[in-house]
Ligand binder design. Structure first.
Ligand code: NAP
Ligand code: ZN
Length: 372
């Protein structure tokens, strides 16, 4: 066996971990650019905790709070311009996957000139600004991955910058920032994390390390699902802090999984649902995941059995029913759209990453099973 395991991010976990470990900011420089979304970081306490920590250790900062969901290439070039013009030493990304992914591209573009046409080339100089990451959703695991996923209008899809250079330097996991996450975002992000753990187990790069983390992540998310369903049936029932912590840690572990394994056909197919239909990233994966399990099961039933066992489920049908319960009414996708999305997905490297490689007709069948 030959295996490489690389996860260089230093991670602090627990309530108030930013304030309690504020000294670590000093090792990164004297001036920071905070990269975040328009609203949530100002409301959930994460931005004020970061600012208190920076103030108390004498680090100055600017705020770039223009990151939208599914960040664009223009957005990260704008952020990088601000970083350069103001000579910032490091980036602090606060938010869901969108600000975290934007932060990585900004850290890279602030440190070196990369033409837009070479942004996804994977060939970069060995220069990047240090990065501090604070996830406020529990889904993407971007705080521990080497991927920055951006909307590329020229390719009409989402594409990833993938390089070990953009592993965040430090991550702070404090579930208190996720307490007020709306239920729909909670579900979509939890399903994204589940999808990372499951896809990690269906990747040709799966190993005993990634499988161990993936199984644990799947079990933790499975334990949280009854609480989420209760809240879905009765919005007065709030999701408790312990459940929020479990979701955040499961998402973090699933992030480590995909940092080692990459994602599969599910993410490749989901990107078009997000790009063309504005379906949330995690929801898109959740809609497709069950059909992909059925597809792989035909050739590799043992792998699927292992995933289902971790979820206490007996069949892929039960898995699909559970996703249906969480995700509700599905969108309409036409036969022509399915054809186009299948073509786009076939061009991604995620397809060759699957332990059972689908052909275009397999993707079409999976989309059709989900949306018809
Ligand atoms: P998101 O797009 O980052 O955020 C979705 C919404 O949630 C935004 O409106 C945001 O508001 C709000 N929000 C964030 N934290 C909140 C909180 N604590 N309380 C209340 N509202 C909050 O969603 P996401 O699902 O976390 O990230 C999706 C993105 O991550 C996609 O672009 C996807 O491609 C990418 N992704 C990356 C990786 C990776 O490895 N790098 C893996 C999977 C997915 P504000 O805008 O006001 O902040
Ligand atoms: Zn994802």
């Amino acid at each position: 066996m030959s295996l490489k395991y690389h996860m260089p991010t230093k991670v602090f976990i627990g309530e108030n971990c930013i304030i309690e470990n504020k000294e670590v900011f000093k090792s990164l420089g004297k001036k920071a650019l905070i990269v975040t979304g328009a609203r949530s970081a100002k409301i959930n306490g994460s931005q004020s905790d970061v600012i208190s920590a920076l103030d108390s250790v004498g680090i100055s900062y600017l705020i770039f709070d223009k990151v939208m969901s599914n960040p664009t290439i223009a957005c990260v070039y704008e952020g990088a311009k601000i970083a350069r013009e103001n000579n910032v030493d490091f980036i602090i990304a606060i938010g869901g996957g969108s600000p975290m992914d934007a932060g990585k591209a900004i850290a890279l573009l602030a440190a070196q000139d990369i033409k837009e046409e070479n942004l996804f080339s994977g060939v970069y100089e060995n220069k990047v600004l240090p990065m501090v990451y604070i996830p406020t959703t529990a889904g993407t695991g971007s705080e521990v991955t080497q991927y920055s996923i951006l909307t590329n209008d020229k390719a009409k899809t989402k594409m990833s910058i993938a390089t070990e250079l953009i592993f965040p330097t430090i991550a702070f996991l404090d579930a208190k920032y996720t307490l007020q996450l709306p239920l729909t975002t909670t579900i979509n992000t939890a399903v994204d994390a589940l999808s990372h753990a499951v896809e990690g187990m269906l990747s040709i790069k799966a190993s005993f390390i990634s499988d161990t983390l993936a199984c644990e992540s799947i079990k933790m998310i499975t334990n949280c699902i009854p609480k989420i369903l209760k809240s879905l049936k009765n919005p007065d029932i709030v999701i408790d802090k312990n459940t929020r912590e479990q979701l955040l840690y499961a998402s973090f572990m699933a992030g480590i999984v995909i940092a080692q394994t990459g994602t599969t056909a599910v993410h490749a197919m989901g990107y078009s649902l997000t790009y063309f239909k504005d379906i949330d990233h995690g929801r898109a994966n959740g809609l497709l995941l069950g059909e992909f399990l059925k597809f792989v099961e035909k050739e590799n039933p043992d792998r699927i059995k292992k995933i289902l066992e971790a979820m206490n489920l007996n069949s892929t049908e039960e898995f699909i029913n559970l996703m249906d319960e969480l995700l509700g009414t599905k969108e309409n996708i036409t036969r022509d759209e399915i054809d186009e999305y299948s073509d786009i997905a076939m061009k991604t490297k995620n397809i060759s990453n699957c332990i059972v490689k689908p052909k275009k007709e397999d993707l079409i069948k999976m989309y059709q099973e989900v949306f018809n």
